[in-house]
Design a protein around this ligand. Structure first.
Ligand code: FES
Length: 138
């Protein structure tokens, strides 16, 4: 039986992913994962995609309405996160601890903002293009 992947969206802070099978960047590199890993969602980390605490320095502000873990899940997706080039996290198979908006499907990936600029946090709304978010390393 495969383990359950979960993502917790911390108020004014990172995404905390637990039970991931895989974390890849846009270059196809497999990035290191521990049982729990904190991923930047403010866009300011100097160690992207990981959180380095910069959300405090920039006074990042984002609170989302919580729900029971499992509000959004894709059971057979493999607990994977892919860091998209200068864009969001593409997530498969992980439970999310917030209210899932209408229109999200259980059998498709969903996209979480990592630039800090989305008007629909924690989801990506395309604002990374407007602010020309850049993460050369990933
Ligand atoms: S990654 Fe932030 S809006 Fe897309």
């Amino acid at each position: 039986m495969s383990k359950i992947g979960r993502i917790e969206v911390l108020d004014d802070g990172p995404l905390v992913a637990e039970g991931l099978d895989k974390l890849d960047n846009s270059k196809g590199d497999e990035l290191g994962i521990k049982e729990k890993v904190a991923l930047c969602r403010c866009g300011a980390s100097g160690n992207k995609p990981y959180c380095d605490g910069s959300h405090k320095r920039i006074a990042f502000s984002s609170k989302v309405e919580k729900d029971k873990p499992g509000a959004l899940s894709i059971d057979d997706g493999g607990n994977e996160i892919k860091v998209l080039k200068n864009g969001p996290y593409e997530v498969r198979g992980c439970l999310l601890d917030i209210k899932a908006p209408m229109g999200l499907s259980r059998d498709k990936p969903y996209y979480l903002c990592r630039c800090g600029a989305s008007g629909n946090k924690p989801f990506c709304d395309g604002s990374h293009k407007t602010i020309q978010f850049s993460d050369e390393k990933n």
